[in-house]
Design a protein around this ligand. Structure first.
Ligand code: HSE
Length: 314
């Protein structure tokens, strides 16, 4: 038996919502898990091409472990262990459209896809809450895995007793979301390693009030409030040095009417620009020009929010 699951990309943080806000985006990974019948075959993990069902062997996937250290396998193993079983003889195929190590939730998508597929293979012993909890444990924070499972715009929190709280929020459909993906990688581990252990009280207060403003702004479609809200002092200032051009891009749109904000997508290096009735070609050309002046190629896409979370493909 084999099960395939299609999972959306996600952008996390949205400025002040560090580790708690995330939004699903219409770029997808498909994860297929097959229980192989031949005993002794162990686990097999393949990166597959999108068009043809062929295994691809590209350098960008070289750093992805193909054994028990693979995050999909780890998540699946935790699920099996939670019901007193051990996984064996599994073939995991990953078709990846989501650019890896760019801050677009590619790892969350494969973890979620693997878990949902394995859960189905096991006869669905785990509910959504249990899957969310395992996915958060593997990923380290819930802000990408929550929208990958639920779709839409999600506020999530891992509480001190380990439980995950999730709340879907409204997102004004008319606000454009442009993702500016540079052609360099930034691993989340590196992007988290530059963050301080503690921050000044004034910075914590800054984020608390800007996050409250953001929630109110999306609920009331208040663009002025949103523009004031999309600022952060907990992660972006520390990560700026890892993302060449980030400061220039943010400066370029700071005073533009119609651009509601410009933030780092997750841990970066992708930059997310939120706008309304603003010239999208101008966003593209401005970002392109800044990054190209630093010899950085770009892939810039304006997307709609993906309202659906992970789907089992029949
Ligand atoms: N909230 C996380 C971070 C998202 O900013 O590190 C990246 O996975």
């Amino acid at each position: 038996m084999k099960v395939s699951v299609k999972v959306p990309a996600s952008t996390a943080n949205l400025g002040p919502g560090f580790d708690c806000l995330g939004m699903a985006l219409p770029i997808y990974n498909t994860i297929t898990i097959e229980e192989t019948v031949l005993p002794g075959t162990g686990i097999e993990i393949n990166m597959m091409s999108e068009e043809k069902e062929e295994v691809i062997d590209e350098m960008i996937f070289d750093n992805i472990p193909k054994d028990e250290n693979n995050i999909v396998y780890k998540a699946v193993e935790m699920l099996y262990n939670s019901i007193g079983q051990e996984p064996s003889e599994l073939k995991i195929n990953i078709q990846s459209q989501i650019p890896i190590t760019r801050g677009l939730g590619s790892s969350a998508a494969v973890i979620v896809g693997g878990l949902i597929a394995a859960n189905k293979l096991l006869g669905s012993p785990a509910d959504e809450t249990a899957l969310l909890s395992i996915a958060t444990e593997v990923e380290g924070h819930p802000d990408n895995v929550a929208p990958a499972i639920l779709g839409g715009f999600v506020l999530s929190s891992q509480e001190s007793d380990g439980t995950i709280m999730c709340e879907k929020l409204n997102w004004p459909e008319e606000w454009d979301i442009t993702v500016c993906i540079p052609d360099f990688e930034l691993s989340t581990n590196i992007a988290r390693s530059v963050l301080p252990e503690s921050v000044p009280l004034s910075d914590a207060v800054f984020n608390a009030k800007h996050l409250a403003m953001l929630i109110q702004a999306v609920n009331t479609k208040n663009e002025k409030l949103m523009k004031a809200a999309l600022h952060d002092k907990l992660h972006q200032p520390y990560r700026e040095k890892l993302v060449p051009g980030m400061r220039e891009i943010m400066e370029a749109f700071k005073h533009e009417d119609g651009v509601l904000g410009c933030v780092l997508s997750g841990a970066g290096p992708t930059i997310l620009i939120i706008s309304h009735k603003y010239d999208l070609d101008k966003i593209k050309s401005t970002v392109k020009e800044i990054w190209e002046s630093q010899s950085i190629k770009t892939d810039i896409r304006t997307l709609k929010i993906e309202p659906q979370g992970a789907q089992i493909l029949e």
